[in-house]
Design a protein around this ligand. Structure first.
Ligand SMILES: Cc1cc2nc3c(=O)[nH]c(=O)nc-3n(C[C@H](O)[C@H](O)[C@H](O)COP(=O)(O)OP(=O)(O)OC[C@H]3O[C@@H](n4cnc5c(N)ncnc54)[C@H](O)[C@@H]3O)c2cc1C
Length: 381
């Protein structure tokens, strides 16, 4: 749902200008050095990236789901590391808006929305990825504290996050999702250690890493919602997260198509622009059609969510289709660029590496297939 088209267009125009002037010129350096300069992080904060969908009463921008997806597509026109720097603030904030105590809301929401603090979701473990319900990080009650032991893996922003939503097992006798709770854990909690930043294929500048808990003491008032409801609380925003991943893929695809078109018009072989060859045109056209289809899917799913309709199947379809789509678009973009596209320093080589992970996180695409088929079979009966 778009409340005011003119206001949204102004916001998107501001973002476009910012991306062109500040982010695109820094893409290559961020990829090479693996760090987003502090002044750029400050600008991302000022743009409101920490609280795009958080309610205005808590300092957020208060965008609808559809409006937020337009912003995600716009940010997709530059390296995804920038958008991901504050990506979890919204999600963590929402868990607090929906189930947090007044004190948790007062303490954290304005700071998450302004980006003063970085939030992070710590769910995955070395032995619990797709099967999150089997997670083992334990939280035993000891008076006014929970005592945490375990390791979280591949956690986005872990090396510099200030606060984590951690999924822990509070009922050790319960093996599945029912024994899991959500805890807010501050990065300076005694017994919390951060691993080194992972060396990744792409997304340089947006670090992931381990979080290790060794008898880490967390006050019981940091529990989010009731004990045993943590899995549900963390999963509640999953559909939006999946559509957001798809929206980013659409934006990345548009950038790849733009750069491919530019290159095809500029490069000459056999005495003419390579763009004048129908085999090149076919690759451009296929990419354009697929990106357009994914964009329509994203906005349709977002509108359903804004209307309060169930969009679990649609969200999984978006994530599955758009992230596979951008993989194909990136592959064609490298092909259109020839040897140049295989070289470090070109945008298409960088995006080719960056977009590969979309098929893995936020639920692998095999998990999306399972969700879609499960819903189809359920709705048949
Ligand atoms: C860059 C990056 C950022 C991340 N950020 C975060 C984060 O912020 N917070 C967080 O908690 N986690 C994060 N993750 C972890 C991510 O969510 C997991 O990697 C993902 O859920 C897959 O888990 P896994 O890696 O253990 O793979 P596995 O679950 O071991 O899967 C391996 C393969 O088996 C397939 N598979 C598994 N089960 C089935 C099945 N039933 N049927 C068919 N195929 C199956 C999978 O699709 C996959 O192909 C991040 C990962 C990466 C790479």
């Amino acid at each position: 749902m778009i409340r005011n088209e003119e206001t949204l267009n102004q916001t998107l125009a501001t973002i476009d200008r910012f991306i062109l002037a500040r982010l695109m010129p820094a893409e290559e350096q961020v990829d090479r050095e693996g760090v987003i300069p502090d002044d750029i992080v400050d600008d991302l904060r000022r743009l409101g990236l920490g609280g795009l969908a958080l309610p205005e009463e808590f300092g957020g921008v208060g965008l609808t789901v559809e409006e937020k997806m337009h912003v995600a597509v716009a940010f997709g026109r530059t390296s995804p590391a920038f958008y991901r720097r504050l990506i979890s603030n919204d999600g963590l904030g929402f868990a607090l808006v929906e189930t947090g105590t007044d004190e948790q809301k007062r303490r954290w929401l304005p700071r998450l929305a302004s980006g003063e603090v970085t939030g992070s979701f710590a769910l995955t473990e070395p032995n619990a990825g797709s099967d999150l319900g089997s997670l083992q990080t334990s939280a035993k009650r000891d008076g006014a504290f929970y005592v945490l032991n375990g390791t979280k893996r591949f956690i986005t922003n872990a090396p510099y996050a200030d606060v984590f939503l951690v999924l822990v097992r509070t009922d050790l006798a319960e093996k599945g999702a029912k024994g899991i709770s959500s805890l807010l854990v501050e990065s300076d909690a005694p017994g919390l250690y951060r691993g080194k930043a992972d060396q990744k294929m792409g997304l340089h500048g947006n670090d992931t890493g381990d979080i290790i808990f060794e008898d880490c003491r967390v006050p019981v008032e940091n529990l989010i919602g009731p004990e045993g409801q943590g899995f549900k609380i963390a999963m509640r925003r999953l559909d939006i997260v999946r559509v957001e991943a798809a929206a980013t893929a659409v934006g990345n695809a548009e950038r790849l198509i733009h750069d491919s078109l530019d290159f095809a018009k500029m490069r000459t072989q056999f005495g003419r622009r390579i763009a004048d060859n129908q085999l090149i045109q076919a690759m451009l056209a296929d990419s354009k059609a697929e990106a357009y289809a994914a964009n329509c899917m994203v906005m349709n799913a977002a509108r359903r969510m804004d209307l309060g309709q169930n969009a679990s199947t649609e969200a999984a379809c978006c994530k599955l289709f758009a992230t596979e789509m951008v993989g194909r678009v990136a592959d064609r973009a490298v092909q259109i660029h020839g040897g140049t596209g295989y070289m470090r320093g070109t945008s298409v080589e960088r995006f080719y590496r960056d977009v590969r992970v979309y098929r893995i996180y936020d639920g692998t695409n095999q998990i999306q297939q399972l969700v879609i088929a499960r819903n189809m079979l359920r709705d048949e009966n």
